[in-house]
Design a protein around this ligand. Structure first.
Ligand SMILES: NC(=O)c1ccc[n+]([C@@H]2O[C@H](COP(=O)([O-])OP(=O)(O)OC[C@H]3O[C@@H](n4cnc5c(N)ncnc54)[C@H](O)[C@@H]3O)[C@@H](O)[C@H]2O)c1
Ligand SMILES: N[C@@H](CCC=O)C(=O)O
Length: 523
């Protein structure tokens, strides 16, 4: 059994200190000099492959800047990756949990050393500011550290208790499933990408990993770190490519044993459907783990501390430009304090600095043109369904730079059933809803098909207890922002259309990637 200290989450870097800001800027300069223009190829069975096309990453805050590129896997690459992963599985599944955990722990140690480099690359590739990037890389390290330790629970025979039966030895074995496919989003390109591969491999599966098209470089950097940590060839096949092409091929394939997907509701539902269809020669029912979107609400009642509540709303609504599944995209305020709270909220958001990730602005550009167009269309819908209280314009430029800039926007006086209050926008846009009273606020909060995160700012104990029981979300927060779950502290995952509630970073997560065998020997 591995001897290591108990798991503790990484501390975040304090960017109120000038020396930490300076260190970040030095890392940006270094990454610009050493990583800009890099190409991360497809890697199959440990071998880099040149592909016909490539996927180019541009800086969302300055679209004239090419950050680098990845390979663009073909269907043949996907087929080869599957074959290679099944071959690698035969050996990897025989490694002990300890041995596999060591690879994760070593990778965590390397990522700790390269923390600011990873942050800086993320700033350039997806536009995260310093704190958002740092919190994410810390989460990536946490996933590696946490799952390495969690795997120890399953070492050997008898991890789960079975009832004694005279004359027999009975026990449960935990076994890996086989080859899995991980399909990840661009908004947490380090942490979610790492978490979705680290958990399955540490318990003995092999993986094909397809990162999102907009964030392949960060993913490539994480793969480089895993290889440096000693990951054997074929255990993780790196397959950057187009979702509708290689993603579709792999999720449909007869030899894909399980799929772990994080992304939008519509793509998730589509994958769920194709994965359920039996293919010729398929000898298992594919297991599907889904983490999807949200329309997350924060309720503020008349007993709340206004400073605490407004701070929670600003942080939850506009952290990384609202591009989090956990983002507070609905603010529900009870009537008696609506004008005061919403007035303070508008005033605080109006002071947020808009600019580039590099200059550490509070709000930066949204990730790509598609996202810019989608958010722009909701600005129009917001103007017709409600009242624009702040912003409302997709400017497409900021400080002389052309980028996917959208003004921080607040739309008030919305009906709970309006599109603005029901559909995930995924940008710096908050829909504000007026509730008659607490009961009405909770009813509104539960009125979407999603159920990811939610929060209540209140000093009424009975209401908090009622919310504990009745607020239908996988992650519920009181008197704080509703984003920023920490691995091991707040296991993360949603209800209803927000996913299969698999709870990443939680004590039961590894169970998603194993099957149990009950073995009995008659004496
Ligand atoms: N619940 C969570 O934990 C969580 C975390 C992060 C993001 N998200 C959600 O992710 C979304 C934003 O990410 P996104 O824009 O990258 O999502 P997306 O659904 O557009 O893409 C996610 C991934 O799916 C791939 N893909 C697209 N079509 C596919 C297909 N037909 N078959 C297989 N793969 C396909 C993409 O290439 C990408 O890698 C938001 O809805 C957000 O709420 C959820
Ligand atoms: N786990 C992150 C959200 C991930 C989705 O985008 C949070 O808790 O804020």
């Amino acid at each position: 059994m591995l001897k290591i200290e108990p798991y503790r989450p990484q501390a975040f870097i304090d960017f109120t200190k000038a020396e930490n800001v300076q260190a970040y800027q030095t890392a940006l300069t270094k990454v610009r000099a050493e990583q800009l223009g890099r190409h991360f190829p497809v890697i199959i069975d440990g071998q880099e492959r040149q592909t016909e096309g490539k996927l180019v990453s541009t800086n969302p805050c300055d679209t004239s800047e090419v950050v680098g590129s990845t390979g663009k896997a073909s269907i043949q690459d996907a087929e080869d990756a599957l074959n290679g992963a099944w071959t690698a599985f035969e050996s990897w599944k025989t490694w002990t949990m300890d041995a596999r955990a060591r690879v994760l722990l070593k990778a965590a140690a390397i990522l700790k050393r390269r923390r600011l480099e990873a942050c800086a690359l993320m700033t350039l590739e997806v536009g995260k500011n310093y704190a958002e990037a740092d919190v994410e890389v810390a989460e990536g390290i946490d996933f590696l550290e946490y799952y390495a330790r969690e795997a120890m629970k399953y070492e050997g025979f008898g991890a789960a208790e079975t009832t004694w039966f005279d004359g027999e030895e009975n026990g449960l074995m935990y076994l890996p499933l086989g080859v899995g496919v991980s399909i990840s989003p661009w908004n947490f390109p380090c942490a979610i990408f790492l978490g979705m591969l680290a958990a399955p491999i540490v318990v003995g599966n092999t993986m094909i990993v397809k990162p999102a098209e907009d964030s392949g470089m960060i993913a490539g950097l994480m793969i480089e770190i895993l290889i440096e940590a000693g990951l054997p060839a074929g255990v993780v096949q790196f397959l950057p490519g187009v979702g509708e092409e290689v993603g579709e091929y792999l999720t449909t394939h007869a030899r894909t044993r399980f799929i772990t997907f994080t992304g939008s509701r519509n793509v998730g539902l589509h994958i769920n459907e194709v994965a359920a269809r039996h293919q010729k020669g398929q000898k298992f029912i594919k297991r599907v783990i889904m983490e999807l979107g949200g329309k997350d609400a924060l309720i503020i009642d008349e007993t709340a501390d206004p400073e605490v509540a407004v701070t929670a709303a600003v942080q939850g609504g506009f952290g990384f430009n609202g591009q989090k599944c956990s983002a507070m995209s609905r603010l529900i305020v009870v009537d008696s304090v609506y004008d005061d709270i919403v007035g303070q909220f508008v005033e605080r958001v109006g002071r947020l600095k808009v600019g580039t990730g590099e200059e550490n602005a509070a709000v930066t550009a949204v990730v790509n043109q598609e996202s810019f167009d989608k958010v722009s269309s909701y600005l129009e819908i917001g103007g017709s369904e409600g009242k624009v209280l702040l912003g409302g314009e997709a400017t497409g430029e900021q400080g002389g730079l052309t980028g996917h800039y959208v003004q921080p926007t607040i739309i008030g006086d919305l009906d709970a059933q309006s599109r603005m209050a029901q559909e995930e926008i995924f940008g710096p846009v908050v829909s504000v809803l007026r509730a008659r009273d607490w009961a009405h606020a909770l009813e509104i909060a539960n009125s979407t098909e999603y159920g990811l995160t939610g929060g209540v700012c209140s000093r009424d104990r009975a209401r908090l207890e009622q919310a504990r029981r009745e607020f239908e979300v996988g992650n519920l927060y009181f008197n704080r922002k509703i984003t920023g779950a920490i691995v091991g502290v707040q296991p993360f995952g949603g209800y209803n259309m927000s996913g299969t509630d698999s709870k990443a970073g939680g004590p039961e997560y590894l169970g998603n990637f194993m099957q149990l065998k009950a073995v009995t020997e008659r004496w």
